[in-house]
Design a protein around this ligand. Structure first.
Ligand code: DGP
Length: 114
């Protein structure tokens, strides 16, 4: 999608602190970090949200989580713990319509769910 900010980051047409990239996903630091570690992991191919995932995306969806775990280890927060969040739609608080996984950690999480 030409106007999608995360597509632009994936294509390196917009700046971002990219921390990981492979043929399926790109990970970069959130511009408004909610904790010492706040990384967004996005599919390189535009997918609006969890709502748009199909059975053909199951490997990709799993890969987003696997990379989250690997980056948590690399960031040194695997043992202390962290949150992996995917907001979906207005009630979920999704503000960027390109599927993304938040990896947030480095401090105790304060916000309760819901
Ligand atoms: P969500 O509310 O789940 O859609 O989260 C979107 C996140 O994306 C939010 O934490 C801020 C982040 N974000 C928005 N625009 C940019 C950007 O241009 N660069 C980076 N690095 N992060 C962005």
């Amino acid at each position: 999608m030409s106007n999608c900010i995360f597509c632009k980051i994936v294509r390196e047409e917009a700046p971002a602190a990219i921390v990981y990239r492979d043929e399926q996903v790109t990970a970069f630091r959130d511009i408004h970090p909610a904790a010492p570690t706040h990384i967004l992991i996005v599919p390189n191919r535009h997918i609006d949200s969890v709502n748009a995932l199909t059975a053909e995306d199951e490997s990709l969806a799993g890969h987003l989580l696997t990379v989250a775990g690997q980056l948590a280890a690399r960031e040194g927060i695997a043992e202390t713990g962290y949150r992996v969040i995917t907001n979906t739609g207005p009630h979920g608080g999704q503000t960027v319509s390109h599927l993304h996984v938040h990896l947030i950690g480095g401090q105790p999480m304060r916000h309760p769910m819901g």
